[in-house]
Ligand binder design. Structure first.
Ligand SMILES: NC(=O)CC(=O)C(=O)O
Length: 283
């Protein structure tokens, strides 16, 4: 395993989904095992809604409790068996008061649940001639920021539409994050327009790594994901990007780049905080 303090080997699994939850989870498990054997990553990431079709009518039917549900148990076991960190994409979560959330779980090499992020900004859009989607028809929004720490590096978690909200990324940066990971499923309307742009913008504004993991594109699905899972560095350069189909992306992340860009373009100390601010509120 690459455990040196500044280098972290990442594997992004861009996976094809189906209506068969068990098959989706088994596909993820098999691909994690193969990737660990081949690349020895420290951290593996999965796509948004990797165990369920992405559609409001499916979320409640596929929802599970976390950490007692089938998918959580499988992710916990595979993390432990392979001694790897897993950012477990997202799954529909059955939460308190019967509410359903779009939730990312993060697992450590001990099999422990290290964090759970509920999508904070629900994907409600209506683009004429393009796409209409209303997550709020069946999902509730999360209220908490989620930061995990791996080998001394703080990583913020967001989910898909969350990437459009600069304030959230800024608050992660202000809390010391060096990377933000977004399991995400953009579509064929917004993907070509905004997918790379938003990742490079968040990376550039906050001088950190941005990582997205998408489902593979399936043109027969009701919601067609854009694909193109991506790693962007703190200089806002695209380090690696996938195509459209199932794909494994492996890369060594050099966290020294974060300090390098922050020293050379010292935005953080140049902000006019006497004139404006971005602050977290408690709810
Ligand atoms: N699916 C999402 O949550 C977001 C998305 O597709 C977009 O912002 O565009």
């Amino acid at each position: 395993m690459s455990q040196a303090s500044n280098i972290m080997r990442l594997v992004l699994l861009q996976l094809k989904g189906s209506r068969d939850k068990t098959a989706n989870v088994l596909n993820a498990i098999n691909k994690i095992e193969e990737a660990v054997k081949k690349h020895q990553p420290r951290l593996v990431t999965l796509p948004e809604c990797f165990n369920c079709p992405y559609g409001t009518k499916y979320f409640r039917e596929y929802a599970e409790q976390i950490p007692d549900g089938y998918t959580s148990q499988q992710l916990s076991k595979i993390a432990l068996d392979n001694q790897v960190y897993i950012v477990g994409g997202t799954i529909p979560e059955l939460g308190e008061n019967d509410a359903v959330y779009n939730t990312c779980t993060v697992w450590g090499p001990t099999g422990d649940l290290l964090g759970k992020h509920r999508k904070m900004h629900l994907f409600d859009i209506d683009v004429k001639g393009g796409i209409r989607f209303k997550e709020s028809e069946t999902l509730s929004a999360g209220n908490d920021f989620t930061i995990i720490s791996i080998d001394g590096h703080k990583i913020g978690i967001g989910i898909c539409y969350d990437i459009r909200f600069e304030e959230m990324a800024r608050l992660y940066r202000n809390s010391g994050c060096e990377m933000i990971i977004y399991p995400a499923a953009f579509n064929m309307t917004t993907g070509p327009l905004h997918w790379e742009l938003l990742q490079r913008a968040r990376a550039n504004d906050n001088q950190l790594f941005v990582v997205t993991t998408s489902p593979a594109r399936d043109t027969s699905a009701e919601y067609v994901a854009y694909g193109h899972s991506m790693i962007v560095d703190p200089w806002a350069k695209v380090v690696k990007t996938a195509g459209e189909g199932e794909e494994v992306l492996a890369a060594d992340i050099d966290f020294a780049l974060v300090e390098q860009v922050r020293q050379q373009i010292p935005l953080f100390s140049q902000r006019r905080l006497d004139l404006y601010s971005t602050e977290k509120k408690s709810k």
